[in-house]
Write a protein that binds this ligand. Structure first.
Ligand SMILES: *Cc1c(COP(=O)(O)O)cnc(C)c1O
Length: 371
């Protein structure tokens, strides 16, 4: 989808805030490295500009979810270590190796397939692997000591494989109750003990773990959401230092009209004016990731909250203005406007989801402008 360059709706990304969030996080760490997690187009913020900003803040590598996301970084000249947090079809291991991209090995079956493929297609430079431990998340990862030990030995013996790291992921690091976190930590530590020697990178911390669990094991932090200035726990836990959100979403009024009482607004005529009202049209809709469920939420015009009335259309939505406002007046959907602010958290609350999801769903049609 082509971004809309010639329209007033823009997603503004303050890169200096990303740099600041990373460097402030770095100050909090002992000696751990930071790998910036920039999967899913950097949580909707734009992978390439965010990658640069993260390096300026002190990140020393990247994590992504797909091989293609890693290749995009290499194409743009990034030479830092990159870890793909998911498994990659064995067929693409030569591509990963050629581009010095590290891959996750999360189970015996994958390893068998990789070994089988590599026997017929040996590599000049081995592909770097990180072993994933399932310490309680219940998704990819080795679950037992025996399977981990066996995998370790097979990797040691395979000339086309090189063990670069081992890691796990916590499922409740953003919650007040630490019981399950500690169980996972214990399991990870026990599984690490199985290995005769630890690889270069041992890692278990995402943003939440790093912010609230100093005890998290490892020498590397996979820093995602908090780099973008968002509290990983939503509203549950207090941040140890302030984060600066990087993203704001702005548009402007393309139509303003005074309508009489009883006027229908939007598909299905779900909103009918209760008296004479000022109705404004904003050129953003669900195709931009501004979902139909946003109906009933508010946007900011001249520092005042204005309700989204009627159904959100694919490309437009309508708002009720408190008074006549000039055409072209700025509309803030996320961010600050004349001292008032609407946060991604508030949007997420309205949608009954988490800010991660809201940010990721802001579509490619939105023009991302960096400042
Ligand atoms: C996405 C992801 C992260 C980043 O998590 P945040 O909560 O955004 O910091 C870290 N590790 C893994 C395995 C992930 O999938």
């Amino acid at each position: 989808m082509t971004p809309g360059y010639h329209r007033p709706t823009v997603l503004k990304i303050k890169l200096e805030n990303i740099t600041k969030n990373v460097s402030n996080h770095k100050k909090m760490l002992n000696n751990e490295k930071i790998f910036a997690v920039i999967k899913a187009n950097a949580y909707g913020h734009g992978a390439i500009p965010v990658a640069k900003a993260a390096l300026e803040g002190g990140a020393e590598g990247f994590c992504v979810a797909l091989l293609d996301e890693a290749l995009e970084l290499r194409r743009h000249g990034f030479l830092e270590p990159i870890l793909v947090l998911n498994m990659v079809d064995a067929l693409y291991l030569p591509l990963a190796a050629e581009n010095n991209i590290s891959i996750t090995c999360g189970n015996e079956e994958w390893l068998e397939e990789a070994l089988h493929f590599l026997k017929n297609n040996p590599l000049n430079n081995p592909v770097k692997l990180h072993l994933k431990i399932d310490s309680g998340m219940g998704r990819i990862g080795f679950f037992t000591k025996e399977s981990l030990q066996e995998a370790y030995e097979k990797i040691q013996q395979a000339p086309s494989l090189f063990l670069e790291g081992i890691f796990t992921h916590f499922s409740t690091a953003d919650e007040k109750d630490e019981t399950y976190f500690n169980e996972q930590l214990e399991k990870f530590t026990q599984l690490l003990d199985v290995l005769p020697e630890l690889p270069e990178y041992v890692h278990s911390s995402n943003s939440a773990t790093s912010l609230w669990h100093k005890a998290g094991v490892g020498n590397l932090v996979r820093l995602g959401i908090s780099m973008y200035g968002l509290n990983p726990s939503g509203k549950t836990l207090t941040l140890p230092f302030p984060l600066a959100p990087a993203l704001s979403l702005e548009s402007s009024l393309i139509q303003v009209k005074k309508v009489p009482k009883g006027t229908g607004v939007g598909y299905g005529k779900t909103y009918v004016t209760k008296k004479e009202e000022w109705i404004g049209t904003v050129p953003i809709g669900y195709a931009d990731g501004w979902q139909r469920k946003m109906s009933g939420f508010s946007v900011l015009v001249k520092g005042k909250k204005c309700e989204i009335v009627g159904r959100v259309c694919m490309d437009q939505c309508m708002i009720r203005l408190p008074e006549e406002v000039s055409l072209g007046e700025k509309v803030t959907l996320i961010g600050k406007n004349s001292g008032e602010e609407i946060t991604l958290q508030e949007v997420a609350d309205h949608l009954e989801t988490i800010h991660y999801e809201v940010a990721c769903l802001l579509s490619d049609r939105l023009n991302r402008v960096y400042e």
